[in-house]
Each structure stands twice: as C-alpha cells, then as structure tokens.
Design a protein around this ligand. Sequence first.
Ligand code: SF4
Ligand code: SF4
Length: 347
Amino acid sequence: MKTYTMDKKVFPEFIKLVKSKGKLFGPIKQKNKYSFEEINDSSDLDFDYQRTIIGIKKFLTPPKYKTMIFNKEGTEDVFDGDETNIVIGVHPCDIHSVKILDRLFLANIKDPYYAKKRDNLVIIGHSCLPDDNCLCHSTGTDMVEDGFDLFLTDLGDYYLVWVGSDKGLSLTIAADNLLSEETTEESIRDYVAWQQKRSSMFKKGMPSFKYMADIMNLNYDSDVWEQFGEKCLSCGTCSLVCPTCNCFNVEDIIAMNTEEGFRERQLDSCTLPYYSVVAGDHDFRPNRTARLKLYYTHKLKDYIGRWGQPGCVGCGRCVTYCPVNINVVTVSDALFGEVCETQEVCE
Ligand code: SF4
Ligand code: SF4
C-alpha cells in the first residue's frame, strides 16, 4: 500500500483541496456527542472522538428517502445519489461496517440505490484511541487494510497517509505539493510506538468472542433471552445506532387526492413491535424476547455462517446508547455465564 507523510501545518490546505472535490463531512462535537456533519474548513473538525451517534451508514442507507414518484400517467425514479460525498475522520470499526454493508447490498443482487451512493462516496479514515466502551480489539476490527480511499494515522506533528484506492490515489496526486513520499526510520518508530500505546488502552473486551456462534447455538433456548426481553423497551435505538443494522421497509404513500404518491424506503428495526407482522396480521415475533433473540442471533451467529465474520464491529454504540444496558457485552457475558452454569464447558 502506498504511503505518504503530511505535516499537520498543511492540513488546512489539504482540507480545502478535498472540499473542492465534493461535499465534505466530518466529526463535529455537539453537546458532548459527535456526529458526521458538513464542514466548511478544517477548524470545524474534531478528531478527538470515539464514536459518532450514527456511523457512516447514514450516507449509504439514510433513515428515509424517496425512490419513486407516481401518478396516473406512470412512475418516475427520483432517487438522488449523484453527488460526491466525502467523509473524513472515519474510524476502522466504521470502515469495517461499510465492508459488511457492501457484501449485503452489492455481492449478490445489487441494490441500485446503495450502489449509486457507494460509488459516489469517498472515505478518508482517521486513527483513534479507544474509550472504555470500544470492543474492536475483541471483534478483530481495530485495524483496517482496505475499504477506505485514504487513511490518516495521527503521529503527533504529522500524519501517515495510507492510500487504499484509485479515488484516494487521485486525491494524493492533486495534493502532491502537500505530501512527502519519504517514510523515515523515525516515522516507522513513531508508528510502532503509537500502535503499542493504543493496544494497551483497550479496557473492555469479549475475550471469548471467537466462540460466539457456538455459544449462540447452545443457548438458543436459554432463560437469558426472557430476562433481557423483560428489560428491553423495544425502542429500536440499538438498531438505529448499530453501523451494520440495515433492515428497511418500503412504503407507498398516496396523496389525499388519491391521484399521485411516492415510494419511500425507511430504516426499520427488528427490535420494534410489528417488525415481523405479515399479511393476515400474523406476528412471527410478538414479544420482545423473540425480537431480541433475532437481533443477536442474526448479528452474532448468522453473519458468521454466511460471511465468515460476525455482524458486530465492536464500535460500542449499543454499549453507550441502550437505555437499559442490553448490549453485545452484557448479552455475551450472560450467555457465557449460562453455559458455564449449565453445561460445564468453561473449565
Ligand atoms: S435492546 Fe436496548 S436499545 Fe435495543 S430496543 Fe431494547 S431497550 Fe432499546
Ligand atoms: S452490536 Fe453494538 S458494538 Fe457491535 S457493531 Fe452493533 S452497535 Fe457496535
């Protein structure tokens, strides 16, 4: 992979150049929380963050958008995804989440709406330091080798700039006067020291996460699910913030005059009531226990069977935002505890 170094003194110039290539978004602090918002210049950016409320998925699968309008004459595709969106400051876990979404939406049947947005998205990653809720060390998503266009590793006074794609290469060619091709022994030492410091900062973890698919199987009928089901508020927050959750609903909305309308795609959540209601009003998952079990079985078992890796990238958003402390860590702890008590497999 091609690498450069960039002195932080020229970073404002770099941002100006990147902004000239499309609509530029980055992490912005708002009332102690962070979100990806459009920025004017480098002074808007705040890279000292662990997670935004919603990840980069908001640029690929927005909460709701129109795909078509219709009237008595016919239909018209109105999906708007032509604009180039550039997102800077994306952490490795969120880049892994895009790799998962790419497989889901592009690998077999190509979703045209996702494909268009993905083609026009430029991802500039940024290194991060973990807080107590980061789990990417356990899920193997703390490092990233691909899935980005450029990646900036913050080494104090300068950045290491990793090039991950042709789009990224074009940006480095345009920014030629701001980058240096020279990678010195000093920068290699700085990089190793930074990685060691970062690794030592991970506090929370799920050491047995690699057995999770088996543990989910063994615990399918466990009482643990009832206990979590009793606490769950069915608020849907966990799905909204999880960067790999992508279920959506499609609704045709008819105007009052009944002559016209539009088709809308809306993010959905398997933890919400009515998620599994089908024609005839039958509900396959009428209670919170069943819906929560679906959420975790899908994420921690089925993804592994289908793609060889879990649908959790360890971002810690569910840990941070579930109001009743149901998250990938508490569920995993409870499931391992249940197995230890009942099946004596922990020795
Ligand atoms: S697990 Fe937590 S965040 Fe998810 S629906 Fe239940 S209460 Fe809400
Ligand atoms: S399950 Fe939780 S930690 Fe894992 S990716 Fe989703 S929000 Fe992040």
